[in-house]
Design a protein around this ligand. Structure first.
Ligand code: COI
Length: 354
C-alpha cells in the first residue's frame, strides 16, 4: 500500500456543540482522496484540507451516474479511545457496489487503513455525548470527461467525516412509516443490493410525498408483485410476530445492512427465534389485526435502531406496541450502542480501535 500524503489544513473550524448535532450538516477539517486512472490503478492516497472539488462538466458521474457510497461510524469510549464499528464489512460491501456499477475494486485492507488514517487525523472531532458519533462517508464517482455510455476510465474515491446526532428527529422514539403503494425502489436484477447514489435519487419522490402525510420514511414493497416487504431505504426492517423475529431475506433487491447483520448475530446468540424470509405486507396486517404484531423496528448505520410505532398501508393504519418502543428493540439498541461505545463487552470482535 502506498503511503498517504498529508496536507495540513491551516484554518481549522470550530467544533460544533455536541448537544445540537443534526445528521450530516457539519464536516471536519480534512478529507481523504484517492485517484483511479486506467492503466495505473488506484493511486495517490492523500489527506487534504476539506474543500470543493474541481470537475470537468463532462465528468461521467453527472451524465450516467456511476456513483456509489458507504456509511460507517467512529465512536468515543468513556476512556477517550476512538473505535470504528465493523469497517471491514463496509470495505466488502463497497466492492459489491463497485462490481455492480463496473467501478474497479479497491483493496479492502487499504480501505480500512484509509478510514483509520483520516479518523486518526480528525480524532478531536469524534463527539462523546450519548447518541452522537463521527459519521464516515466513503464514496466513489466517475470523473472521466466523456459522453459515451460506458464505464469511466477515471474515478475519485473520497472520504468525508461528519459529527452526527440522531438520524431521525424522533431519535429512539418510534417513527411513523408509510408503505409505498405506487413507486418501487428496486427490481430483481437491478441495483437494489448495491449502495448506489441512483437508488437514493429515485426514492426521494416517494419520501417527499410520505413527508407531506406526516411520515418519517417509506417502506418499499417488491418491484414485481408489490406484495413483499423490502426495506426502508435508510434501514432494513425487522418485525416481532407472535414471539418470532422476522426480517426480509436478502433477495438481490435489498441492501445487506451491517446493522442488520449485527442484529441477526445478537438475536441468535440470545436464543431469540429469528428467520430471514419473504414477508408480505398482508401477513403484517393480519398479524396486527390478530394482535400478534408485537414490535417493528428498522436498523441502519445512520438510524441505528429505529422503532416503528405506526405503519400506514393504503387505508389501513397499524399501531404497533401502542406507539412505544418495544422491549426487544430497546435491548438491541442498548447492546449495539453499548458495544460501539465500549460499555458492553465486544464479544464478537466488531470494534476496531484507532
Ligand atoms: C447509512 O445508514 O449509513 C446510510 O447510508 C443510510 C442513509 C443515511 C443514506
Amino acid at each position: 500500500m502506498s503511503s498517504i500524503r498529508f496536507e495540513q489544513n491551516l484554518s481549522l473550524k470550530e467544533k460544533p456543540d455536541a448537544s445540537k448535532l443534526e445528521f450530516g450538516r457539519t464536516f471536519t477539517d480534512h478529507m481523504f482522496l484517492l485517484d483511479y486512472t486506467e492503466g495505473q490503478g488506484w493511486h495517490d492516497p492523500r489527506i487534504v484540507p476539506y474543500g470543493p472539488f474541481t470537475l470537468d462538466p463532462a465528468a461521467m458521474v453527472f451524465h450516467y451516474g456511476q456513483a456509489i457510497f458507504e456509511g460507517l461510524k467512529a465512536f468515543r469510549t468513556k476512556e477517550g479511545k476512538v473505535m470504528l464499528f465493523r469497517p471491514n464489512k463496509n470495505a466488502q460491501r463497497l466492492n459489491v457496489s463497485n462490481e455492480r456499477l463496473s467501478i474497479p475494486a479497491l483493496d479492502e485492507d487499504a480501505f480500512v487503513e484509509y478510514v483509520k488514517a483520516l479518523v486518526e487525523v480528525e480524532q478531536d472531532w469524534v463527539p462523546s455525548t450519548e447518541g452522537t458519533s463521527l459519521y464516515i462517508r466513503p464514496y466513489i464517482f466517475a470523473t472521466e470527461p466523456c459522453l459515451g455510455v460506458r464505464a469511466s476510465k477515471q474515478y475519485l474515491f473520497a472520504i468525508i467525516l461528519s459529527p452526527v446526532g440522531a438520524y431521525y428527529k424522533e431519535g429512539i422514539h418510534p417513527v411513523k412509516i408509510n408503505v409505498e403503494s405506487e413507486y418501487v425502489r428496486a427490481v430483481r436484477g437491478g441495483t437494489g443490493f448495491a449502495k448506489t447514489a441512483g437508488n437514493y435519487a429515485s426514492s426521494i419522490k416517494a419520501q417527499e410525498e410520505a413527508k407531506e402525510g406526516g411520515y418519517a420514511q417509506v417502506l418499499w414493497l417488491d418491484g414485481k408483485e408489490h406484495k413483499y416487504i423490502e426495506e426502508v431505504g435508510s434501514m432494513n426492517m425487522f418485525f416481532k410476530i407472535g414471539g418470532e423475529v422476522v426480517t426480509p431475506e436478502l433477495n438481490g433487491s435489498i441492501l445487506a445492512g451491517i446493522t442488520r447483520d449485527s442484529v441477526l448475530h445478537l438475536l441468535k446468540t440470545w436464543g431469540v427465534p429469528v428467520s430471514e424470509r419473504k414477508i408480505s405486507i398482508e401477513e403484517i396486517y393480519t398479524a396486527s389485526l390478530e394482535g400478534k404484531l408485537e414490535e417493528a423496528f428498522g436498523t441502519g448505520t445512520a438510524a441505528v435502531i429505529s422503532p416503528v410505532g405506526q405503519l400506514h398501508w393504503n387505508e389501513h393504519t397499524m399501531v404497533i406496541n401502542d406507539g412505544k418502543i418495544g422491549e426487544l428493540a430497546q435491548k438491541i439498541y442498548d447492546t449495539i450502542t453499548g458495544i460501539q461505545n465500549g460499555t458492553v463487552p465486544d464479544t464478537f470482535g466488531w470494534n476496531v480501535t484507532i
